[in-house]
Design a protein. Structure first.
Length: 356
């Protein structure tokens, strides 16, 4: 197959590209605008491979998208390009509306025009796989609010949408567009919604890499509110495996929820990172002494948790990493790749608080 991956220089996108090049015989066309969070250094291990090609293109640019489709003739699209940080969406929502909604619309139309010209057989085999987030569902009851564990539901593929932030609202909109293009135009689409990803090559505006780097530099480790917000954590390479399974074996029109089966409070995540660093890079006092509590994020969802039963039963996928093994691998990667961390932040972001 030839797979066009949008956002392939980003965190999850680069993991998908590396997985495809390293574990299959498929070809990849990486389409990425290279915003602050896109970094070609994340693809250094595969960028010389003859099955990989990079196109610096904005998904809002229809003319360039048409050229890419005509030139490379992909068999599938995996759409990961998106603005993705909730705090940034609070500070500046317009970029999220433009990329996540207008960009998805533009990509859908470019894909539809290309797909309409394919042979009947190629049309049937083609897939447009839209990668989204569990944040479109809003939040779930927190243990503090439930009388018993049995009252704690999970997000399923039929959970109603109730996005809370400009980010999640823009992703919800893009999900609806993708489904509408299937129903109205017959474009063969699939949607996946995932839980919080973590792992190597993660831009340090997000919780886990920010905490690792701040800890090493002796800076404060900011916890929003009481730190009792719960997330389901998914190792990014497990997610990449899942996404490839979906685009190659998933059914058109279906939605698949992808989670890590690891519900953790933010405070627990930060303390676990500190404990790992205490062992790997010991100092006189524990890194946990650097934890501070700051004003919570506006509209902060309290709990996310994914039910991945459909992925397990229908596509035979399970995460391979536990939270403990995945988090240790992640900390070790950041310790070994300080140069990447420095390059990705130069001139763009110095881990300051956003979204106040």
């Amino acid at each position: 197959m030839k797979i066009l991956v949008t956002g392939g220089a980003g965190f999850i996108g680069s993991a998908v590209v590396r997985h495809i090049i390293n574990n299959t015989q498929d070809r990849v066309i990486n389409v990425d605008k290279l915003t602050y969070a896109g970094n070609l250094e994340s693809l250094a291990s595969v960028d010389k491979n003859e099955r990989y090609v990079f196109e610096q293109v904005d998904i809002c640019d229809r003319v360039e998208l048409d050229r890419v489709f005509a030139q490379h003739q992909p068999d599938a699209v995996m759409h990961l390009a998106a603005e993705s940080h909730v705090d940034r969406s609070i500070t500046g929502p317009s970029d999220f509306i433009q990329t996540n909604i207008v960009g998805t619309y533009t990509l859908l139309e470019a894909t539809r025009a290309y797909w309409n010209e394919l042979s009947a057989e190629a049309k049937k085999d083609f897939r447009f796989h839209h990668i989204s987030t569990d944040e479109v569902y809003g939040d779930l009851p927190h243990p503090d609010e439930a009388a018993s564990e049995t009252e704690l539901p999970l997000f399923t593929e039929t959970t109603s949408y109730a996005p809370s932030s400009p980010y999640s609202a823009s992703k919800a909109s893009s999900d609806h567009l993708v489904r509408a293009w299937l129903r109205t135009y017959g474009l063969p689409t699939i949607v996946t919604n995932c839980s919080n990803n973590y792992g190597p090559y993660h831009f340090p505006e997000k919780l886990i890499p920010l905490v690792i780097l701040n800890a090493l530099e002796g800076k404060s480790l900011p916890i929003y509110g009481k730190g009792d917000q719960i997330r389901d954590w998914l190792y990014v390479e497990d997610h990449a495996r899942a996404l490839y399974k979906v685009v190659t074996t998933g059914k058109v029109g279906e939605t698949y929820n992808i989670g890590g089966h690891n519900e953790k409070q933010n405070l627990e995540v930060v303390k676990t990172i500190c404990s790992i660093l205490d062992v790997l890079v010991p100092k006189e006092t524990s890194y946990a002494k650097q934890i501070t509590y700051v004003t919570d994020r506006p509209g902060h969802d309290r709990r996310y948790a994914i039910d991945s039963t459909k992925m397990s039963q229908e596509l035979n996928w399970q995460p391979e990493e536990t939270f403990e093994t995945g988090l240790r691998k992640t900390v070790e990667w950041y310790l070994a790749n300080q140069e990447w961390c420095q390059h990705v932040q130069d001139g763009t972001y110095q881990r300051e608080r956003l979204g106040i």
